[in-house]
Design a protein around this ligand. Sequence first.
Ligand SMILES: Cc1cc2nc3c(=O)[nH]c(=O)nc-3n(C[C@H](O)[C@H](O)[C@H](O)COP(=O)(O)OP(=O)(O)OC[C@H]3O[C@@H](n4cnc5c(N)ncnc54)[C@H](O)[C@@H]3O)c2cc1C
Length: 456
Amino acid sequence: MRPELVKTLAQIVGDAHVYTGSDRVAPFVTDWTRRFGGPCLAVVRPGDAGEIAEILRACAAARVPVLPQGGNTGLVGGSVPAAGGNQPPVIISMLRLTDLGAVDELSGQVTVGAGATLGEVQRHAVRAGWRYGVDLAARDSATIGGTVATNAGGVHVIAHGMTRAQVVGIEAVLADGSVITHLSGMLKDNTGYDLASLLCGSEGTLGIITAVRVRLHRPLGRTTVSLIGVGSYAEALELMSRAGIASESNAPGSRLLAAEVIDAPSMDLVCSVADLPWPLEQRWSIVVLLEIVDGGDGSGLPLDESADAVVAFSASDQERLWAYRERQAEAYGVTGVVHKLDVSVPLSKLAACADELVALINTLPDVDTFGIFGHLADGNMHVEIVGPAADDLRADLAVLECVSRYGGSISAEHGVGRAKAAHLHLCRSAAEITAMRAIKGALDPQGLMNPGVLFV
Ligand SMILES: Cc1cc2nc3c(=O)[nH]c(=O)nc-3n(C[C@H](O)[C@H](O)[C@H](O)COP(=O)(O)OP(=O)(O)OC[C@H]3O[C@@H](n4cnc5c(N)ncnc54)[C@H](O)[C@@H]3O)c2cc1C
């Protein structure tokens, strides 16, 4: 049956777009973290929704699981097959669906293919005099479909919301090969369940997103970016709060666009890996990055004379300061296999939770290095732990349980994937999980859409 299926796939997309040899499939079967990966039956590269519908029908008939993949930058193991899985999936690579539609000037919306990268969509919007509201460091590999499937966050959530807030329409292929298309992008459309919203954050478990219509934003005007040293998470939050107020009162129309946080171990690591100088006069336990729309004159910054800060006005200087934050994932990546915990807590509890996490991880066995960086404005901490073996999950569980005690989320923006599927109960009630399973069962009765992701 399986070689037959591969032949059928080749008839659908053409021989050149079906990979089976280990060299050809290698980039698709191991994830960005190198922590997750497993065998696949084949990688298939369809060119449109019609081909994807045929592929899904063929896989359903053969009872073979499918795994949609975008840029393979996901960090929770959902974009690659399970290790030692007894039913290797067909990986459906979305990278040929790269259409960029014309920007609709009246609505400020655009329809793009799921395989277009985030960076391509951002530049397409800018060329038309608009901007796309989501940004993250993996922008030149991550696809729009992947960012919708994970409901990606990134650095501008405080200004524009997460990916779900950008999506106004979707086209997707369901497990039975039916195509749902709802791309008109009308702001008012109360005609039943919002399937686009349901597919946001579904991580390939409900359907394959083939095109997305997103809202764009008008350019915001000039910004300032600053790095500021503080002594604690409590001070970081206080600074951010003052920045929000200052940016609104000092320069009318201005606003806080990003508020990020990097602790001293993470600063030390990125300085050494990326060969960057320590940017401030003193060594601080926490460095805050603020990006403020304030006409580019610094009038939105909440700094008094004693502040240890560096402020960038030009684009190149701003890029230089952003590197301390944007190169964190890469910096930890060179230290080995990293246990990456992406968590969030209510802002009012962030300082206490972060302090407890640091104390807790210091007591855990086999930890060589750890640090915290993240999206302060969103209560989102990326806790990176190096030392424990890839399959030693004690540190992961300790962090997730700690966050759960503070009423937080075990996945702020990366999704649940395979990495956290067993821990969903830490932040979702039994009733919620039952409802989610019912939706999954209704849309994917054979359980062939990315099995092992989201639910164990
Ligand atoms: C350096 C770095 C920085 C990052 N920073 C951030 C950040 O700031 N914020 C953030 O949220 N994430 C961040 N990420 C994580 C990652 O970039 C996002 O999760 C991104 O949305 C994944 O997009 P992708 O195209 O690479 O998807 P993949 O990794 O290929 O897939 C991710 C999941 O989505 C599913 N999927 C992919 N495409 C489709 C589709 N068309 N239809 C249905 N399901 C699909 C997959 O099955 C999988 O479950 C970062 C990653 C890296 C490496």
